[in-house]
Design a protein around this ligand. Sequence first.
Ligand SMILES: *Cc1c(COP(=O)(O)O)cnc(C)c1O
Length: 235
Amino acid sequence: MSIKDNLEKIQNRINEAEIKSGRKTGSVNLMAVSKFHPQSSVLEAIQAGQFLFGENRVQEASQKFPEVFETYPQAKLHMIGQLQSNKVRNAVKVADCIQSVDRIELLEEIEKQCAKIEKKIKILFEVHTGEESKSGFKTTDELKSAIDLFGTGKFTHIIPCGLMTMAPFTEEKALIHKSFSTLRELSEKLKSEYKALNFDVLSMGMSGDFEIAIEEGSTLVRVGTAIFGERDYTK
Ligand SMILES: *Cc1c(COP(=O)(O)O)cnc(C)c1O
């Protein structure tokens, strides 16, 4: 199966899941997670009409994407992996959104680096919702103290857009549902508490669980393997 065929198949499954859960078709966006796959695969996906990509390592993204943007300025990249502070400078150069904001220190570094290059960047707050997943804000209090900082006028280059999570890696569907519904409920709570901020994006769902995520309200699914095939981690 080609990347084009895979994209078509995934898009159909997304549409079916939208209909099944009584949601409008087109309400869920598809991100193609191209980590560990070559630039040629990214270009193949673009040729098939896919313009939103995700990467989790800054160095890899910086090697692959600037050239892609020269030819296809409408292409967008989100960083979705755990981000060390010393990688932020390069991350904000290449990314349109950082989905994996999991601590205040990272917000401060993003603000600092974006101010330097006069760029505004979108972010999602990553939330820990499952027993096994390790990344993300662990408590609502911790998350709220990060969100509260936006009321101080401190972050003029950062646009919060929503929440992101990873479900635990398990066969137990109930646990996956629980993880995604936790994120949705949290976003509803935050929307009513912080009316000035935007929490509309719910980034949840990967190759193995995106249909469950759509049932639970996902607006952005991050699909890698089902589009590009298995990753070769030895490379
Ligand atoms: C790798 C990755 C994905 C894609 O995973 P697949 O199972 O290959 O679809 C999604 N989200 C994050 C945060 C990832 O690191």
